[in-house]
Design a protein around this ligand. Structure first.
Ligand code: ZN
Length: 278
């Protein structure tokens, strides 16, 4: 499931590859990926437009078009956005949307589980981003998620830390994988009640959040065994080799050797070291 490091890796790829490039034809296969407007309205809103900037908030990509509209892409569970050099290369299964680009390449949206979506919107919020994204909380790479801000969030909520980290209205971009890794780095259990975290622990949590997301971004994100995540150019990420807890149930903790435990938190699995995290 792509989270902030993976979506940001794709955003950087788009920024370096499609700006000032014009969309020269759009094909929509099936109806699952275009849900907020008709496929025809979507196609008409994109076709002939030029990409002017590639933004991201949380797990959403927002590609600005030259008429001021945004093409928003949410990869959700299994979406891939792939830049294809050879438009004659066969479409892989579950290719739902294809943008022909003016320079002969194609931008293809592939999504086996079809939870992802694309839409074009001209409705903007005060921050200049699509209004549809205005419910998202602060984004770690755009906003300063300081220890003080995290402490204020934690104090107001009586929930588990993992639930807070997963709440996109509180913090945008973190999913199950990086939530577990951040909790490990911060030496705090994912099922810890947020209102028991003190100022110092929230400072450490802020540092851990930036260290984990930064390290993952430097490695192009995480691709798990299903290889579901690939970047814009089809390359796998390599941060999976550095996971400390996620997917490592019963394996030895990299720091102390204790078996990594898995519990149910906020309706999701949470992995942690019972010795290193309190
Ligand atoms: Zn440990």
């Amino acid at each position: 499931v792509p989270e902030l490091p993976e979506v940001e890796t794709i955003r950087r790829g788009l920024e370096g590859s499609v700006l000032l490039i014009t969309i020269d034809g759009v094909r929509v296969h099936g109806r699952r990926s275009i849900r907020r407007q008709s496929p025809q309205a979507f196609i008409e809103a994109c076709d002939g437009r030029t990409f002017t900037s590639a933004l991201r908030r949380g797990k959403y990509l927002a590609l600005c078009l030259d008429d001021g509209a945004f093409l928003v892409v949410h990869l959700a569970m299994s979406g891939q956005l792939l830049l294809i050099e050879d438009p004659l290369s066969p479409l892989v299964a579950h290719t739902h949307v294809v943008f022909s680009l003016g320079d002969g390449r194609e931008l293809r949206f592939v999504d086996p589980r079809t939870f992802g979506e694309l839409f074009v919107t001209t409705s903007l919020a005060g921050n200049g981003l699509p209004a549809a994204l205005s419910a998202l909380g602060p984004d770690p790479l755009i906003d300063d998620l300081s220890g003080a801000l995290l402490h204020a969030m934690c104090s107001q909520k009586n929930t588990s830390l993992k639930a807070l980290l997963l709440d996109q209205r509180a913090i945008a971009g973190i999913g199950s994988l990086y939530a577990d890794e951040i909790c490990f780095r911060a030496a705090v259990r994912p099922d810890r009640r947020t209102n028991t975290l003190n100022t110092k622990e929230c400072e450490v949590l802020s540092g851990a959040l930036y260290e984990v997301l930064g390290a993952a971004l430097a490695r192009g994100g995480s691709s798990l065994a299903d290889e579901g995540y690939r970047d814009l150019f089809g390359q796998l990420g390599s941060y999976q080799g550095e996971h400390c807890v996620y997917g490592r149930e019963a394996h030895g903790c990299r720091r102390c050797g204790t078996a990594i435990a898995r519990v149910r938190v906020a309706g999701r699995s949470a992995h942690f070291c019972p010795s290193c995290q309190a």
